[in-house]
Design a protein around this ligand. Sequence first.
Ligand code: NAI
Length: 692
Amino acid sequence: MAQDASFVQHDKQGEVHVLRLANPPVNTLRTEIRAGLLDGLNAAKAAGAKAVVLIGTGRMYSAGAEMTEFGKPRVAPSLTEVFDAIEGYPGIVVSAIHGSALGGGLELALACHARVAAPTAQVGLPEVKRGFVPGAGGTQRLPRMIGPEEAAKIIVSGDPIPAAKALKLGVIDAIIEGDLEAGAVAWAKANIGKTFTLARNRTDKIEGQDPAAYDAVIAGLLKRSRGQESPKGCAEAVRASFTMPFDKGLEKERELFQSLVSGEQSKALRHIFFGEREVLRIPGQPADAKSLPIERLVVIGGGTMGGGIAMSAANNGVPVTIVETSEEALQKGLARCHANWERTVSTGRLSQADYEKRKALLTGSTDFEGTVAKADLVIEAVFENMDVKKEVFARLDKAARPGVPLASNTSTLSIDEIASATSRPELVVGMHFFSPANVMRLLENVRGAKSSPAVIATATEFGKRIGKLPVLVGNCDGFVGNRMTGKRGPQVEKLLLEGCLPADIDKVMEGYGMAMGPLAVGDLAGLDIGAAVRKARGTVAPVADAIVALGRFGQKTGKGWYMYDEKRTRMPDPEVERIILDVAEKMQVRRRKIEPQEILERLMLPMVNEGSRILEEGVAYRPIDIDVIFVNGFGWPAWRGGPMFWADTQGLKNVRDKLAHYAEVTGDANLKPTALIEKLAAEGGSFASMGA
Ligand code: NAI
């Protein structure tokens, strides 16, 4: 392929030539970039350049491979061909890194003779997070430069490291202050004629590596990724760096790459990776819909959620004031935020100086009207009660300046009804955070019937600004996530009656990859909350109701579905078993052994069916919106791809048949397959094909 000057700019500065990667925004190494680099290197060589500097234009050096090229026929030249040209260059090739060098981007830099970086740069190999191993020599070159154990830490975690650490470890050779390109050219010039041993030829850091010591480090690293294939693959690839010659190691890496990249876990991870970008593209939003400027946030209510929301704002540099009803409640709320930050300081993850900054951004007041008058955006997080919310919104409407958006953090109530208490329903929107709100990334923004494009743009942009992943959903009871998990409840009850104990159910879901099973989550959230919802809705759950009736509200009372010791270790409780057996006997349910597969299906299928209903209603725009919600707000492992992705892996015909079967045998009308599932099953379609 001919060199395309628009992708790689070639600039001759005497004996140093500069090749600038220009594939905005993140310089992925698409075919044109690879071809441009190869042509540029050949041209530099022909011109007799003694040094070549590779540098990125725009925000960064390079974010790595172009993932949209995955799974398509490979187009030459490959990265390996580019690396061969670098390693065979009769002079030195130096990478100059600013922003990030990630994945294939870092692998490109590792193939060079030397690397320099801006002080703010970071480097990393995040491939593990997409479900595969670095596939262009990263697992072989990095260990040769910094040793297998340090390399494994970087490659197995996938987390980037800052320039200073990269320098200390020996990933880069120098940090350049000031103009990076000028500095890198000067650095290259000064080093012309010096010998640099290419990573592939180095043995100093791998010689004498004790395999047992390596395996011990790996065992520690793999603890956090149970069930996942790619971290294991990364560890195995790095192991090859000191047990095999370089070229054999590369072959091993390629083998692992190929088998992982075509596997289901990698597909799931990439589905979520692209999905997290897709959800920000809101169908029907006019192109000119602009976010309103927000300088000061006011949060009404400094309880569990209000405090967490306020912390998220302060953590991201936004001045925020909490309004409470009494000085006592206010001080309690602020103290909880401070204590939370202090814990982070004590673990070393937050500096004292940053803590002081955050603390200064967070203020409190009991003057409702006076504070709200200064707000650019209000987020309400008072008690979950419609009368209370309407009263608060009527007051907000009077106190807030005209044009200021009013958001509610309600988790179940109708945004339209809340909006009806104001004279500005077009400026009312739901912003549903998840607990703990300063930690959880998901933000379900709820579009009311009258919400304007501007208020939706504001909720989206502001959510991003305070570190959240906003997913826009429609207005309905429970919105998307809670509505879907709610539909699982009746099956949990039935499973308990028919033969399971709480640990049987949680074990299956935790085995699937959830951080916690549904009953353990119930104990954490408080079983009284679900009981209150059932009471309000006039529904019953004989087993759960019997548990709550004994004052077993979960962790906060030391007992719930499990019993807990002082360290909150959960243990099965014979009393719970007795209650379950009692209720089953009273209801004349014959207990039997239930296989894990049945447990899994009966917990997944109600969610999938409800998810399809949510799609039919347009409450979620796309199946991917639902999957992103579960991964970011409900502890669903990204490498499983979410509930709708799960349904596709089962095949929708199979899903349809199983739903119909369980609807019949369990008498749960919610399990009757929806029209959408019937249609997709009949066409041989999938949720993924729907999005296309
Ligand atoms: P909470 O009971 O911890 O906090 C509510 C706070 O609001 C209290 O401190 C109360 O003093 C204050 N408050 C009540 N009326 C007020 C008024 N007129 N002006 C100022 N402050 C007032 O409740 P929590 O858990 O924080 O929930 C708040 C909202 O967030 C509810 O709508 C809830 O459904 C929603 N939510 C809760 C989640 C959770 O996991 N707890 C998750 C997502 C949403």
